[in-house]
Ligand binder design. Sequence first.
Ligand SMILES: [Zn+2]
Length: 200
Amino acid sequence: MKYEIFISQKPYDGREIEEIKGIPVIKPIQIHENNVAFVGRSINRRPKADALITDSKNFWIGVLTADCLPVFLIGEGVVGIVHAGWRGTLKGITFNAVKYVSKFSSIKKAILGVSICGNCYEVGNDVFSLFPGEYSNCFRKTESGKYLFDLKEANRIQLRAAGVYEIEEINKCTVCNNDLFYSYRKEKTDKRILSAIRII
Ligand SMILES: [Zn+2]
């Protein structure tokens, strides 16, 4: 299946991008939960969800991030996009999105988008202690007693658990590559990266 992905860069604010190449973008209202929404041939509302799935060629589906991880999902006649911060990841949003699709199709490949990297994402014991042991190799303890969290690896674990083994990665970090991408942690900005996918 043919698909196309889009990732906005500075100075464009992804919140303001309503269409790409003349084709509208559907963006959910993101709530850091694990809800998945299917968007059909025509839709006007914005679902409250952190993952969108569609089989329509009529629009892009996209999420807004500034450090959190966008995950692109590519299946048989279906694509998905996931917003995975640490909260959504803890609640299994990426796993849920793949499993949701398995009710009527399957996800063959995932692409991990632009997020904060495992060398830049420092979290405290409050976050580390919430994650079960299967995620232990996603955390590295620092000298100051904090943890560096590899958000991409945590989502790779969920993809593999859901049966997706072809996983590509866009090797860019919102902090390391802050000239190109917005980072909430580095800039405290309201601006966002739009990561979108569509079937062509
Ligand atoms: Zn980095």
